[in-house]
Design a protein around this ligand. Structure first.
Ligand SMILES: O=C(O)CCC(=O)C(=O)O
Ligand SMILES: [Fe+2]
Length: 475
């Protein structure tokens, strides 16, 4: 198959035209063709012939549990710890919507009405190999639902009903649970780097050259806005950057499923020091977690770090980091800020960004983030916005522990997690979305507890298809 030129498919127009995802296979469903991602034989991850290797069963048995509420009333999901632990609130689910969390076989959950946590409507026990859990007060009896629901409610009921049927066909075809929403959730529009085999590399050249000395903060902050920095201000700080005209970066695949890449030398020492200065000056708050797009950020003992947020418009160095990240992702940098209408006419919402502010995270000894996914369940809105890619930027390496682990990577060599060691200036890129638009359960990852010293890390999250105005953060 012919490889398209880099950049020529940076906005996803569908796999058949782009011709760059050989594992998207036509699946006939609801009288149309859906291109479903079918994982290849694991031997190909090692450049070996099919059948040479077997998929290892991982020691870690956690995975994503998706909870779907098919009732016209909002409900709550609680984890049932049993005995003295009792019920622990997980999430609220609006009518005909869903939420989810990383979970384990044998875990028990209960569903209650939103405003009455003592009436148990339904119970689930998590089964190995099944991510999908439904609460349907009509027991999938369509005629019952028809009688009880308004016309508008029935449209949403039908949407989830159809999604369930799609999920069954998808699982048969691919062997994977469908975690997204058929028909609403578009396939990724953005470039995704191929990870055909472990060790595969990709080279990137960017004009976002490293800063090698720190400019005067006053000059650094001058002229930046939500529309990016002014060209004359960027030219002013050019003497503080390396002399070479371009920066070359290399992505190396650490894992094929999920797709994980490391990018050494993404940040210069000065850039790392600059982010740490900002972190030192910032008021770090206890980190939060969330179960679905609409839910409030809650604190949880599964995530014990503190963090703060830094927007792209802070100064020219932070802006350069975003532009370099855009180059690494092969996404137009203007999508990572507000943009003028002429810049990317396909995206009509110009006052939105598909990137979140940088999240600076600090871990003290024993602090960690247990296995989780970076995607959450989108609400029932057009285009189904969701997190697409995560870029982790490591700011130090003088700690023990603190690795980023991928405990259920699909591989043919070990039952142990893929462990990524923090290295100052290194970036790690991974995708939360598969090439067919499904969420990637295998993108489960954790921050291992810091054993000694402290750890500083930055998350840069990029969404797809586009943050719409109902979910966009102010930048
Ligand atoms: O600290 C790490 O290594 C990963 C952090 C992470 O996964 C997150 O904050 O979502
Ligand atoms: Fe994460």
């Amino acid at each position: 198959q012919e490889q398209p030129e880099i950049g020529s498919c940076h906005l996803w127009t569908g796999a058949p035209e782009c011709g760059w995802e050989p594992n998207l296979k036509p699946m006939e469903v609801f009288d149309s063709t859906f291109y479903a991602y079918v994982p290849p034989d694991v031997s190909t991850y090692y450049n070996e012939t099919d059948g040479t290797r077997k998929v290892h069963t991982m020691k870690h048995n956690g995975f994503f549990g998706k909870f779907i509420n098919l009732s016209p009333d909002p409900v709550r999901v609680h984890w049932d710890g049993g005995g003295s632990t009792g019920l622990m609130y997980i999430s609220s689910i609006p009518p005909f919507s869903s939420s989810g969390t990383a979970t384990y076989p044998t875990h028990k959950f209960v569903v209650t009405p939103e405003n009455d946590s003592t009436t148990i409507l339904h119970k689930w026990t998590i089964q190995p190999g099944n991510s999908l859990y439904y609460y349907d007060p009509f027991y999938f009896d369509y005629s019952k639902a028809q009688k009880a629901l308004t016309e508008q409610q029935l449209v949403l009921y039908h949407l989830q009903w159809q999604n369930k049927q799609f999920a069954e066909a998808y699982k048969k075809f691919t062997g994977t649970d469908w975690l997204a929403l058929y028909g609403q959730k578009l396939a990724p529009r953005f470039h995704q780097w191929r990870a055909d085999f472990i060790g595969q590399t990709h080279s990137i050249t960017t004009n976002q050259i490293h800063f090698v000395e720190k400019p005067d903060p006053e000059i650094l902050q001058r002229g930046t806005s939500v529309y990016g920095p002014r060209p004359d201000e960027v030219a002013n700080v050019r003497p503080h950057r390396h002399k070479y005209p371009e920066l070359n970066l290399t992505l190396t695949a650490l894992s094929c499923a999920p797709r994980v890449f490391e990018i050494p030398n993404f940040l210069s020492d000065i850039e790392v020091a600059h982010i740490l200065d900002i972190a030192g000056a910032a008021d770090m708050q206890r980190s939060g977690v969330r179960a679905n797009e609409g839910s409030d950020v809650a604190t949880s003992n599964t995530r014990t770090s503190t963090n703060t947020w830094v927007s792209r418009k802070t100064d020219i160095i932070i802006d350069a980091i975003y532009q370099r990240a855009a180059a690494v992702l092969q996404i137009d940098e203007s999508l990572l800020r507000y943009r003028h209408k002429f810049e990317v006419p396909e995206f009509t919402e110009s006052r939105t960004s598909i990137a979140e502010p940088l999240q600076l995270v600090h871990y003290n000894p024993a602090e960690k983030y247990d296995p989780h996914h970076d995607f959450s369940m989108p609400g029932l809105v057009h285009l189904q916005p969701s997190r697409f890619a995560t870029l982790l930027l490591y700011l130090n390496d003088d700690m023990e522990g603190g690795e980023t682990a991928f405990p259920i990577w699909r591989n043919g060599e070990t039952a142990e997690p893929l462990m990524v060691k923090p290295e100052r200036g290194k970036a790690v890129l991974f995708y939360s979305v598969l090439p067919d638009g499904n969420f990637d359960n295998l993108s489960l990852h954790e921050a291992r507890p810091v054993r000694k010293g402290e750890k500083f890390l930055t998350n840069l999250w990029v969404w797809e298809p586009l943050l719409d105005h109902t979910t966009a953060r102010h930048i």
